[in-house]
Design a protein around this ligand. Structure first.
Ligand code: AMP
Length: 220
């Protein structure tokens, strides 16, 4: 059965970092709506320019637009064997629509819990690769991506203190209700995301493997 994972958690909780690791380990694609929008912004498309204006202010794009983007992406052949969603759903209507899209396939829902003070610190110091969108991890140099050798830079929406705080407020208002939406499911897991990335990755792999109905490569 395909492994379909949803990564929940506030900005800078480590969703992207963990999604990449898990995607590589399980050989399924990581689908990051933030990366899709940033790429569109770099390409200068109409969607990209509109998205950039909203992203730079820490606002969300509309549900209908995001749902259409994800629907199209999940329909591609590489997602047929499973996927990791990073940044979607971000609202309850998006989650309801995702349930309709997967048509009963189980979703493993992972929440990365991190205190606000730590999130603000991470946003302030986060560096990302301009070429491959990797997120720099503790121990990396400040300049060079350890995955592809590209140049590390900052995210526009990480630069302004008010935008950083606003994103946490938007998360609390729009995305935190997702925890109640998913909490009752047997495939919902909350993980301490304040640990070092390696520890979070270990916890995450163990929780996924422990879910009896979810096959993993290590168990096969
Ligand atoms: P992220 O890289 O996940 O932090 O997303 C960066 C920005 O992209 C967010 O602050 C939003 O402006 C936008 N965005 C990403 N995913 C979504 C989504 N599912 N719904 C609405 N806006 C989104």
């Amino acid at each position: 059965m395909p492994l379909n994972v949803v990564m929940l958690g506030p900005p800078a909780s480590g969703k992207g970092t963990q999604a990449v690791r898990l995607a590589q380990a399980r050989r399924i694609p990581k689908i990051s709506t933030g990366d899709i929008l940033r790429e569109a912004a770099q390409n200068g498309s109409e969607l990209g320019l509109r998205a950039k204006a909203l992203m730079d202010r820490g606002e969300l794009l509309g549900d209908d637009e995001m749902i259409a983007i994800v629907k199209e992406r999940l329909a591609r052949p590489d997602a047929a064997g499973g996927y990791i969603l990073d940044g979607f759903p971000r609202t309850v209507p998006q989650a309801q629509e995702l349930d309709r899209m997967v048509q009963g396939d189980p979703l493993v829902v992972i929440d990365l819990a991190v205190p606000d003070a730590e999130l603000l610190k991470r946003m302030q110091t986060r560096r990302v690769c301009g070429a491959c969108a990797a997120i720099a991890e503790p121990g990396w140099s400040k300049e060079t991506c350890q995955r592809c050798g590209g140049q590390l830079t900052t995210r526009a929406d990480d630069e302004d203190e008010r935008v950083r705080q606003h994103r946490l407020d938007v998360y609390a208002r729009e995305s935190k209700p997702l925890l109640d939406y998913y909490r009752g499911r047997p495939t919902f897991q909350s993980i301490n995301g304040a640990q070092a990335p390696d520890r979070v990755a270990t916890d995450l792999a163990a929780r996924i493997d422990a879910m009896a109905n979810v096959p993993s490569r290590t168990k096969r």
